[in-house]
Design a protein around this ligand. Sequence first.
Ligand SMILES: [Zn+2]
Length: 304
Amino acid sequence: MKARGWEVIERIRGGQTLVFDGGYGTMLFAAGLLNGACPELWNDTHADVVRGIHQGYFDAGSDIVETNTFGGTRLKLNEYQLGDRTRELNEKGARLARAAAPAGRFVAGSIGPTSRLPQDYALDEGVTDEEYEATFREQATALSEGGVDLFAVETMMFPQEATAAIRACRAVADLPVMATMFFQYEEMHDRDRTMWGESAADVATNLLSAGADVVGMNCGRGPDRAIVIIRDMRKVTDAPLIAYPNAGLPVTTGDTVTYELGPEAMAREYPALLDAGCNIVGACCGSNPEHIRLISELVRRRKK
Ligand SMILES: [Zn+2]
């Protein structure tokens, strides 16, 4: 029997647009997570808060919600001396999202960067492809044991790290893999590039050939650039595309950080994002369930 997650791909192939979820960081900080504390630890110590955030996004209209495991690789958890709890924190994270998921909705296991540089870039002690793949395999295994429907490899900066994560997901479970990278807008050249110079077309091609089923962008600047990035990816592939940009740029006042785009201003950009050929839309840093509610209403209005 095929895993339930493959239905996501079938629905897209059938012409549907799906809604992803919004930011977690802002919600966790609002609930009392301290700067410098480990967000994934809350899957154990503050399970109700994490489950409540998932619930809020499903209630707002998300078809797919992701787990609170963005920094859940052993390499990243080691920064908090929590590497030994890798399996437990990922499995718990998956179960919390699963528990909040209504029938016919999906849970994506979030897999973010390790924060460790690849060998080619690091001045010393860079991470090899094999080390990346091993740390992602461990995380992906725990997420799949906790019951995720698909994987969301996200906010990746380096091609080596992104493709190792995709290969790791592929190797441990027969579940769809979504993979998105972080783009910077280079004002001087009026173009979007990953931190290491890849174009949107390069990224789509590379991630798909590494085995991803859905590719796209997340985080970064905002929906205005997401539209351009998705349009560029659509020129080189007919594969399912996903975008979940930030709610604009962060604005720092004193020690509080807010984001440029409120729910209405953000949602206003999404018709163009859908026209660009995007199949799954959501939002990243600075967004909350209200952003997702408006985006979801818009997607459902266009579905006729
Ligand atoms: Zn973000």
